[in-house]
Design a protein around this ligand. Sequence first.
Ligand SMILES: *[C@@H]1O[C@H](CO)[C@@H](O)[C@H](O)[C@H]1NC(C)=O
Ligand SMILES: [Fe+2]
Length: 470
Amino acid sequence: MSNFAMELVVKKEVNMLLLILAVALSILSDSVGASEYVRPLPRENLDFSLKPKPSASSPQQVHISLAGDKHMRVSWITDDTYSPSFVEYGTFSGNYEHTAWGESTSYSYLFYSSGKIHHVVIGPLEDLAVYYYRCGGEGPEFQLRTPPSQLPVAFAVAGDMGQTGWTKSTLDHIDQCKYDVHLLPGDLSYADYLQHRWDTFGELVQPLASARPWMVTEGNHEEERIPLLKEGFQSYNARWKMPSEESGSSSNLYYSFEVAGVHVIMLGSYVDYDGYSEQYDWLKADLSKVDRSKTPWLIALFHVPWYNSNYAHQGEGDGMMAAMEPLLYTAGVDIILAGHVHAYERSKRVYKGRPDLCGAIHITIGDGGNREGLAQKYVHFSILNFCVAQLTIFNTQILKYKEPQPKWSVFREASFGHGELKFVNSSHAYWSWHRNDDDEPVKSDEVWISSLVSSGCTVEKELGKTLYNN
Ligand SMILES: *[C@@H]1O[C@H](CO)[C@@H](O)[C@H](O)[C@H]1NC(C)=O
Ligand SMILES: [Fe+2]
């Protein structure tokens, strides 16, 4: 029996057996001295004791996102329904020169009723400036920093976050780094139908997400669809409103934005993506608006990776890749970030499965620290799976990579961590991946990336397109 077939059999056994196996394997690998890095176990969900709020109108779960040129959306939740949706803000602490009004929403989900969810767009804002703000006329004061309008610009990247001890560790590391915008390629709270977990997640990320814009796209854990009862993405759409209107999209599940010299496309892995879909049409229109003299860098994010040599979620991205990869290739997308597989992998520039100097670099970074542990199988909704999803188990499933490593794959490792992506100028970007090594952010992979604009690929593609069209 091959290792993989054996592992499949093992997966069906109880977790205890896996635990024993993992311990045995780690002892074995220690004894032969072959282990380079011993991957830590997943950590349990954080315990959130209910913090008493000063009042029912105190802002909770404050987070911000980019909302069109020089604007930001401030989102928060109040327990009461009469709190007003306005934000006071200015560049001096305690002295708010501006007030902006917005909208609010709420939703119910089975026995759960959300608080009042406020969304207020503020701006125009100055570039690279610190603003102080207050939500709904109530303290406390929050502080944010706007991104620059020109390169350089830095992004923090972490997907499949959850709310475990590892999530906390990842967030602490991101907090220590210098960045302008947080990018999240799907799977935020791992609420998995239990709505109060959206609230605890909102509280967990508030210190970071109220200070820097969080730009997110959805993963499978956001869907929470119940056949005949609940449409998908209800909680996600209500709470994490993204600039879809601002970018000409009719869905909160895909949109784009520009920051400094970077055009960022956020796609939906769980929305129709074929050639006849609205998402496809929108993507084509959005790509046609990209001006590489203004935004020399073009990147895309979505949840399910297209280039993945891990056995976990193998082939799940194939449909979307077949539909959309040619479009992204022709447009000259530089870098594609995905999540879903709870591990890290970086590719060469690649297209149609083969290394291609004018293709995109694919990075899987679904290792933010969720409770499923590293690389667990995707759970479809059923009563049984629902129950399984609710059990916090020390899932010690052993992550396996295809061997030999595909030609396009450069670096792969199953550890929790986060990425940092710095666009230095129009030709150079620096990517690094930082593993949560016993709670220290250890830089584990790094690479300088030169842009397709600087290598002449975008011009070549423009010419190719013209020739083809003629
Ligand atoms: C861009 O940044 C890289 C790395 O710092 C540097 O080597 C290169 O000279 C820069 N290019 C320009 C045009 O400034
Ligand atoms: Fe996922």
